[in-house]
Design a protein around this ligand. Structure first.
Ligand SMILES: [Zn+2]
Length: 322
């Protein structure tokens, strides 16, 4: 199973910034340690030609120059950095590479991605570029008949992705999320499953079971992007759900079993994760990748019993400030 990653996914942020950028190098190091056979391949920046199938040229120029208006900067939630656009292009390139790898291999992952709040001309909620939209449009440029599905189990609705594909019948969108949480204005998708705030594991898993299989069987996709989302965890800052670590692992397995049933190639992406325990954020993302690998019967020794086994024996991965 190929996993795409680049150390450039990490971008230094102010120390009090809530986005845990260190989760990318941490989760990659945990995966390599838990699963030495994993094939981690370098991500390349998404070509500008692919970005422009989704994003407005003027918006990209504002990001690159650091000249977003104050209100737009606040909505994005990330400060200017000379490498911000490059970093986002790397992450988007990783999703595009993973999508192409999945079509060949059956499954692949980007060790990041799922930036589902980004709109064509605006970044929202830490999402600069909509990686899934860029990848989907690039795949359609090569094969316009591909039926694509986006399965979004991040705690927040994938509003940018829903809006971008609202008029495109070739991309079906599913989102299970907290109804009264960010983003305040939801965009209708093909299957939206809003949950009450602070829903627990039983309620969450029952809603997932009742909705995901019917969605997948009605779409019969040729490729699925799964935005897993670690922010459904009970200790997340922003997710407003109450899944403990074993329940989140159970969520991952149920999603992957349902995806496996429809036999569509799968792209695994992270989505959000803002755990109060920063190391645990990385652990939960790694857990989702391992769940998919084990359901696809790629992991030689089966999945680890618990996310608590995921750690970094060698200490801090490179690029993480102490
Ligand atoms: Zn989220």
């Amino acid at each position: 199973m190929r996993c795409f990653y680049d150390p450039g996914y990490y971008l230094p942020l102010p120390p009090d910034h809530p986005f845990p950028m260190d989760k990318f190098p941490r989760a990659a190091a945990m995966l390599r340690e838990a699963w030495p056979e994993v094939r981690v391949e370098p991500a390349h920046p998404a070509p500008m030609e692919d970005l422009l199938r989704v994003h407005a040229c003027g918006y990209l120029a504002l990001i690159e120059a650091g000249t977003l208006a104050q209100r737009a900067r606040q909505r994005l939630g990330l400060p200017h950095h000379p490498r911000l656009l490059h970093r986002s292009r790397l992450e988007t390139g990783g999703t595009l590479q993973a999508a192409r790898a999945a079509l060949t291999d059956g499954i692949a992952a980007n060790l990041a991605g799922g930036t589902h709040h980004a709109f064509p001309d605006a970044g929202l909620g830490y999402c600069v570029l909509n990686d899934v939209a860029v990848a989907a449009r690039a795949l359609h440029a090569a094969d316009p008949a591909l039926r694509l599905a986006v399965v979004d189990t991040d705690a927040h609705q994938g509003n940018g992705t829903h809006a971008i594909f609202a008029e495109d019948p070739r991309v079906a969108t599913y989102s299970i999320h907290v109804g009264r949480n960010y983003p305040a204005k939801k965009e209708p998708g093909d299957c939206d499953v809003p949950l009450p705030r602070y829903a627990g594991p039983e309620e969450y898993l029952a809603a997932l079971d009742a909705s995901l299989r019917p969605f997948l069987h009605s779409v019969e996709p040729d490729l699925v992007f799964w935005i897993s989302g670690a922010d459904c965890h009970e200790a997340d800052r922003f997710g407003q759900l109450r899944l403990d670590t074993p329940s989140l692992r159970e969520r991952d397995f149920r999603v992957c079993r349902a995806l496996r049933e429809v036999a569509a190639p799968l792209v695994v992406l992270y989505g959000g994760g803002y755990n109060r325990d920063r190391v645990h954020t990385a652990r939960l993302h790694a857990q989702s990748v391992l769940a998919a690998a084990s359901i696809w019967e790629i992991l030689p020794t089966g999945p680890p019993k618990s996310a608590q086994h995921l750690r970094c024996r060698t200490g801090e991965p490179p690029g993480v400030p102490g």
